[in-house]
Design a protein around this ligand. Structure first.
Ligand code: PLP
Length: 286
């Protein structure tokens, strides 16, 4: 495998960043994960928009133009021969002697891009079975709208999920309402078939997959209620599912050991999953 590191394509085994990279020392950086499907980058424009926003919020400069960045993503995917998989992009504030303050004068941001194939058949099998989620107290900072590499609460939550035999952990706020998953947005389906998801302004990451689902729901004639929902409401819901570039639409069949409905993936989640790539924006890789 090949990685792009600060201007060079290098074998992944030899790909390295400086020990004084601020991403390493302070988690002072941001990232994006973009799906690759059928030789296309999925929703590249929206991922670039969000990257620019994350960088702006942290006052880190764009490391290169969007067009140049797009070319690096494509070239990394090509060099790794990824037909179906993910491309990962990380930008940190750069390398400087350890000091909490921003380097002054500013240094060049550090950029890393990797790409890997994923097993589409295994993902389909997982979606056909559905996944379990656990709930954990929300303990993240107030700026989860920024896609920063500072993910320790997410790491701990997802590890707890794994150890409980679940796929994802849903963070729950002080009012008992679900915010989002460790690496996914959370959704439920009401008895009358409306999709419910928490407002993007209320302590979650604005997922690109979540945004695309608004378009898809409109096409499918499904109503979306953008509001918070409690764990109790979720456990009694007709269906639940999670969304992310890494999972597309994944049916949830169990919340904290409580089976949802008849314990099988819901028909609406399954339908949305099958139609997702019809509405996602595909940019050619080559
Ligand atoms: N929420 C969190 C905390 C995430 O880390 C992610 C993706 O990594 C998402 C939601 C889903 O976002 P997207 O659909 O853009 O992949």
């Amino acid at each position: 495998r090949i990685a792009y590191v600060n201007g060079r394509y290098v074998p992944l085994r030899q790909a390295a960043v400086h020990v004084e990279d601020r991403g390493y020392q302070f988690a002072d950086g941001v990232y994006e994960v973009c799906e690759v499907d059928g030789g296309r980058l999925i929703d590249e424009r929206r991922h670039m928009d969000r990257l620019e926003r994350s960088l702006k919020e942290l006052r880190i400069a764009m490391p290169m133009s969007r067009v140049a960045l797009g070319a690096v993503l494509r070239e990394t995917v090509r060099r790794n021969r990824v037909g179906h998989g993910l491309v990962y992009l990380q930008v940190t504030r750069g390398v400087a002697p350890r000091n909490h303050l921003f380097p002054s004068p500013a240094v060049l941001p550090a950029i890393v891009v990797t790409a890997r194939s994923s097993d589409a058949a295994a993902a389909e099998r997982r979606a056909e079975a559905g996944v379990g989620v656990i709930t954990v107290p929300e303990n993240r900072w107030a700026r989860v709208d920024i896609k920063t590499v500072s993910l320790l609460p997410n790491v701990l939550a997802k590890q707890a999920a794994k150890e409980a035999g679940a796929y994802e952990a849903w963070f729950v706020d002080a009012d008992g309402r679900v915010t989002e998953g460790g690496s996914t947005n959370a959704w439920i389906v009401t008895a009358d078939g409306a999709l419910v998801t928490r407002p993007a302004e209320e302590g979650i990451l604005r997922g690109i997959t979540r945004t695309v689902l608004f378009d898809l729901a409109a096409e499918e004639g499904l109503k979306i209620e953008e509001r918070a929902f409690t764990v109790e409401e979720a456990k009694a819901a007709r269906e639940a599912f999670i969304t992310a570039a890494t999972a597309v639409v994944m049916p949830v069949v169990r919340i904290d050991e409580v089976p949802l409905g008849n314990g099988a993936p819901g028909s609406i989640a399954t339908r949305l999953r099958s139609r997702f790539h019809d509405v996602a924006e595909r940019s050619s890789l080559f």
